[in-house]
Each structure stands twice: as C-alpha cells, then as structure tokens.
Design a protein around this ligand. Structure first.
Ligand code: MSP
Length: 470
C-alpha cells in the first residue's frame, strides 16, 4: 500500500555560501525520497534556511548590507545549490517568512505550561548558537573546539523550557527505538547528554539579540534561534494552523552529528510538550573533511561544491559524496581521491562497460527484452531500508564489477565468430543484468541511469563516452 512519508533536512545558517559539507543533508534525503518514490510512496521533502540570530546579523553588519537583503541573497544561494545537486524538495522554508514567524509564536503559546523565566548566568557560543554548561566550559578550557572562539559570559533573564518534564519519556523512546537514533553508536552519546541536560533557555533579551522572532506577550525578549529553527519542521507543514497528520511524525530527519544533540533533546521536548508524536528516525551523518582536516575559513581549506560540479558534472559529484563519503562516519574529500574515483571507477567500471556492451550489442543485432529483477537483491533493499545508503551503493557497484568480470570471462566477441545466435543470447543476458543493476543505481546516479536505459532501447544506440577524460 502506498504510504505518505516525510523526510526533513537541517536548515543551514545563511551566514555564508554553501560548502561541500552542506551537500550531505540534501543528497541523503534525496536518495531516500527517490528510493521511496520508486516503491510507489508519496514523499514530502522539506528544506530551507535558518536566518535569525546574532551570528547572521553580525555578518550582515560587517558586510555593510541590510540584514534582510543579506539573508535573502544567501538563502537564494542555498536554493540554487540544492537544484544544482539534482535535488527537488517539495517545500523550502525560510525562518524569516511571515507564516513561519506567526506559527512559531503560536507554538510558543502552546508550550507555555512548560515555560518559566529565570536568570541565566553562564557561557554561550555564538558560533554554535548554544548555551554552554560549566562542565563543557571546563572540558574545553573556555574555547569552543568547533569555532576556536572563547565562550562569551552572559548574565541575563531568559525563558526556559522544562526538559525535566519529559526526560524520562524521551529516554524511554530512544532506548526502545521508538525514536530511533542512527547510527546506533550515537545513541549512547545522546542518552548520556540527555541525562545531564539542564532545562534549556529558549529566549534572549532583545538588547542582546534583536534579529529574531519576538516572544509573544513580552516585548523585551526574542526567541532563541534553536526554538525558532527546530519548529520549521512543523511550520512548513502548516502547524498549528493546519492538520499535519498526513505527514507527521516524520519518517526520517537528517542532520549532521554536530547538531544531533539539539534534535535529540530540545526537539523531542518541544514535540512532547505540544502533544505531538516523536519522529521515527533521526539520521545523524558524519562530517566531510578536506585533506583530513575540518574545513575552516581560517585554515583556508573550504571546498566550493560549485567548482566540483563545474569541472565534473552532477553524477560524478553524487557518486563521490554518496559512495565514498560514508553515510555515518567522517570521510575525507581531496581532489586526488575525487579524480581517482572518477577515472578509475565511474569511467572505467561503468562508462566503459556501457560503451562496450552497446558496441557489442549493435554489432550482433541484439534486441533487449527487459524485465525487471531477475536476481535476488534483498541485501540491497535491506541496506536501503536501514538507511545504510553508502553501503547499498557499494553493493550496487560490486554488481557492476562482477558484470565486468563476467563479460571478460564469457568473451562474447570470440563466441560471435563461431556462433552468432549463442553470442546474441549471451549479450542479451549481460545487458539485462546491466539494466537490473542500473535500477539499483537510480536513486544515486540520476542522469546516468536515465542515459543507460535510453541507450539500451531497441535499437540500441552507441553513446559518446558517459564519463570522458576530465
Ligand atoms: N542552522 C543549524 C541547523 C538548524 S536545523 C533545525 C545549523 N546550520 S549549519 O549551516 O551549521 O549546518 C547545516 C547542516 O550542514 C548540518 O546538518 C550540519 O551538520 C551540516 N554540515 C556543516 N558542515 C559539515 C561538514 N563539513 N560535513 C558534513 N556536514 C556538515 O547547524
């Protein structure tokens, strides 16, 4: 039976242009969406931009651009970036939109029974837009390891959300995998953080944070960006003004490992306080490193995805970032690795295979009677269903490699000399296998899979090389 599914992606801060690290959320969500649509399901796919907070405001100020213009320009860059990855979300939300702001204020009012006000005296990292406990402060010796900036000391009145009201319920949901945290090894980290988590501040005084959504009923306070941002997953569906039960709870929410804590503690608290069910899965992916290091402007190793896309094109980009960047663990990008994957794997394993078969098929007047799935691909489906996307891609690729070997072993060009009917039969079987494997590649290599199906229509056409020498 066809299902309605909902996949979400983290909404990036618009304090700069997209870099390769931002690609992963979209690509993973896209693979999921395409795979599910293939099975006949309807997929709602949210993306958007996180546009409030001091970090962004200060950047606009430094650039000398009105903040509204600054966030619009950067939000547009992300939107274009998503399109350039061959990704088509059904919804794109901006947290500065009027619909979002109004709905977040309504959410705030619904949360009121779990909100109290108190003085905050402690640390803050504006890079993370996160309040820092004394313990974290000590562990990191006063400097944010992610942003290499000293923590700020705050002394201010805030509103707090009572995490304590829901801790036990969240803990149980995570332990029982009702809220499944993937990968499994992150679950323990999350449970530990949850156990230690104090109530969270969800507002800041306007004098310290002006660029944000006003707290209803208190002119002096503005909402903390994470409350504003997390709510996007609901407001984009129209909540609380519209019925969201067709799509909520989300089937999978995709986030980077650095923001899992917000999604596994504050977010479930908000949902439970609203009386809403928890998402089914939170998939936390690893980090993309550049030459083995975290990308950072100060090191100067930030890789521009548009440069890769411009040089190599879309499917090579999708190939590298979906197969060689592990879905769950940190992985490294270097131009050399990318180039090796392009020439050694895409061009060699797949491009040449297609070329060879197309030439042999047309020489031998092969016609293709293609019926889907002649082999048992249950391993692939199991991997896809458990969100092990890079492993599923590896599996599909191993089939392509097997096929290369089998062509070499079968030597249809030799057979053709002695027995043309026999050669035809062999080639048809090999080609049908290629098409079956291409089905498995569809969610990953979107253009290439279409091209391959086009080539092996009857009559078969001989293409230009799919992956020419770069
Ligand atoms: N605005 C918040 C998210 C709010 S979601 C309600 C945020 N923005 S971000 O721009 O810093 O990050 C956006 C996404 O990109 C996150 O999922 C983050 O983990 C991911 N990545 C940013 N750099 C990355 C890498 N180098 N590698 C992989 N993903 C990384 O956090």
């Amino acid at each position: 039976m066809s299902k309605n599914l909902y996949v979400t992606t983290a909404i990036p801060y618009v304090n700069g242009a997209p870099h390769i690290g931002h690609a992963l959320d979209y690509l993973l969500a896209d693979v999921y969406a395409r795979y599910q649509k293939e099975q006949g399901n309807t997929v709602r796919f949210q993306a958007g931009t996180d546009e409030h907070g001091n970090k962004i405001f200060d950047k606009a100020l430094a650039a000398g651009i009105p903040v509204e213009q600054y966030v619009t320009e950067n939000s547009d860059k992300f939107r274009e970036f998503i399109t350039s990855l061959g990704v088509t979300p059904t919804d794109f939300i901006r947290t500065t939109s009027a619909d979002h702001a109004r709905r977040v204020q309504m959410i705030w009012e619904k949360l009121a029974p779990h909100i109290y006000s108190a003085d905050y005296e402690g640390w803050y990292c504006s890079g993370c837009e996160s309040f820092i406990t004394d313990k974290e402060y000590e562990e990191n010796q006063g400097i944010c390891p992610d942003h290499q900036k000293p923590y700020e000391r705050l002394s201010e009145k805030n509103y707090y959300l009572r995490i304590a009201d829901f801790k036990d319920q969240i803990k149980e949901a995570i332990e029982k995998d009702q809220l499944q945290i993937l990968p499994e090894f992150r679950k323990r980290e999350v449970l530990k953080l949850l156990a230690d988590s104090p109530d969270v501040s969800i507002s800041r005084p306007k004098k310290n944070l002006s660029w944000g959504i006003p707290v209803p009923g208190d002119d002096s306070q503005v909402m903390y960006v994470w409350l504003d941002a997390l709510s996007n997953y609901l407001t984009v569906l129209g909540y609380p003004e519209q019925d969201i039960s067709d799509y909520w709870p989300a089937d999978v929410q995709i986030v980077g490992k650095d923001i899992l804590r917000f999604h596994a503690i504050i977010w479930p608290t908000i949902l439970l306080a609203l009386g809403l069910p928890l998402p089914k899965v939170i998939l936390s992916h690893g980090y993309i490193l550049a030459n083995g290091q975290k990308m950072s402007k100060s090191i100067g190793n930030v890789v521009d995805p548009l440069e890769i896309l411009g040089k190599y094109g879309l499917d090579p980009f999708r190939y590298f970032f979906l197969r060689h960047i592990d879905t769950f663990n940190d992985s490294d990008f270097t131009w050399d690795k990318f180039d090796a994957a392009y020439s050694g794997e895409l061009a060699n394993d797949l491009g040449n295979l297609v070329q060879r078969l197309a030439v042999l098929d047309s020489k031998n007047d092969v016609t293709i009677n293609y019926e889907k799935v002649a082999e048992d691909f249950s391993e692939y489906y199991q991997l896809m269903d458990s969100f092990e996307f890079s492993k599923a891609f590896d599996y599909a690729w191993s089939k392509i490699k097997d096929l290369n070997k089998d062509i070499n072993d079968a030597e249809p060009w030799k057979v053709a000399k002695a027995d043309s009917e026999k050669a035809k039969e062999i080639l048809e079987k090999l080609t049908v296998r290629l098409l079956n494997y291409t089905e498995l590649l569809k969610p990953f290599l979107t253009d290439t899979s279409k091209k391959i199906f086009d080539i092996f229509q009857n009559p078969i056409t001989i293409p230009n090389p799919l992956f020419p020498k770069a």
